[in-house]
Write a protein that binds this ligand. Structure first.
Ligand SMILES: Cc1ncc(COP(=O)(O)O)c(C=O)c1O
Length: 349
């Protein structure tokens, strides 16, 4: 077998248990549990088959997103999901021997992207029972001028929030570090570093249509930042990375913000309902921002995850993750879906 480059030989890939999920209640990937707006479905159905033969066109999409995000089109980069934006960050800004500064536990794709570039990952743990953001430690580590600081805000999976003001203050202290703020779950917390971050040339904000807009399968994500930064990311991105279905779906999803807002309201209400049940039952859990929370079941967490699967419900085991081993993460859907989850948990937990 041919060996890959040394950095790739030395790393492990990001693995997510993605198969066999259809037909089950999917509370394992923080997706929209209802699917996209009917307007998205209409837009996709309206694509004539002859257009499948043409490479996708992106005219107007950056403008459309810019209008919804309150920025200019040249401050928007288009990506095949935020995953592709994360990879582009490391292709453009991560060199061998450079440092990625981040937190732990956090989204699992940052590390492999940095490692494949031969970078060192410095991951600082969240603090205490409430998984507070390690502000002082991150501030100190920024003094070493790492190439990239990745902050997931609110953080997946702990839900930890850092205020936009604190994040921007960190970025101001480290003008030679690219500060990436992954705002995938911002709709559920309401705090974004935008628009303040647009004044700082070293801050990139990541947003996606995967979760709230319900088109994870169509892969559309955005990077928002300084035009020079966006242009560097474009240099390392394939010319047709987002396919034509994703483009059509993105226009339609962005035109139906009311659908997303209604879903977010529904999720927040269902989350409040579930946390009340967990608290009353005395089940250890951690609920902060985001459309997910962590649960430490009484018995063996792995067995509970398996029992839930047998009941047709998928949740994400956090086995082996620093600080949260022994828990599982449950994504929040609608109230009826969470009632079903709760019944199953009570009978098998
Ligand atoms: C924090 C975070 N960032 C990025 C992603 C990937 O998003 P996308 O589907 O846009 O690639 C996820 C998906 O789970 C995530 O949780």
């Amino acid at each position: 077998m041919l060996e890959a480059v040394a950095a790739v030989e030395a790393m492990e890939g990001y693995s997510a248990p993605l198969e066999g999920r259809r037909g089950l209640l999917r509370l394992d990937f923080n997706e929209n549990t209802l699917g996209p707006s009917p307007k998205v479905v209409e837009a996709i159905r309206a694509i004539p088959a002859e257009h499948y033969a043409i490479y996708p066109e992106y005219a107007g999409l950056a403008e459309c997103y810019a209008a919804s995000a309150g920025c200019r089109a040249e401050q928007v980069g288009l990506f095949n999901g935020v995953d592709a934006a994360i990879l582009a960050v490391f292709l453009a800004f991560g060199g061998a021997g450079d440092v990625l500064l981040t937190t732990t536990p956090t989204f699992g794709y940052y590390g492999p992207c940095a490692q494949q570039r031969g970078m060192t990952v410095q991951a600082i743990p969240y603090e205490g029972e409430q998984f507070a953001f390690p502000l002082a430690a991150i501030g100190d580590a920024l003094g070493q001028e790492p190439s990239v600081l990745m902050v997931c805000n609110p953080n997946n999976p702990t839900g930890t929030r850092l205020s936009p003001g604190q994040l921007l203050a960190l970025a101001r202290r480290a003008p030679r570090t690219l500060v990436v703020v992954d705002e995938l779950y911002e709709a559920f917390s309401g705090d974004s570093v935008l628009p303040g971050s647009l004044a700082l040339p070293n801050v990139l904000v990541l947003r996606s249509l995967s979760k709230t807009a319900g088109i994870a399968g169509l892969r559309v994500g955005f990077g928002i930042g300084d035009p020079g930064l966006i242009e560097r990311l474009r240099r390392v991105t394939g010319p047709y990375d987002i396919n034509a279905f994703g483009v059509a779906a993105a226009f339609a999803a962005l035109a139906d913000q009311a659908y997303v807002d209604a879903y977010v309201r529904e999720v927040l209400a269902a989350k409040a309902w579930l946390t009340t049940r967990l608290a009353r039952a005395g089940i250890r859990h951690h609920s902060s921002a985001g459309n997910f929370l962590l649960i430490w079941p009484e018995g063996d967490a792995e067995a509970v995850v398996q029992n839930l699967r047998e009941a047709g419900i998928l949740v994400r085991s956090m086995a082996g993750k620093p600080l949260i081993d022994g828990s599982f993460r449950v994504s929040i859907g609608t109230r009826p879906q969470m009632e079903r989850f709760w019944q199953a948990l009570v009978s098998c937990g």
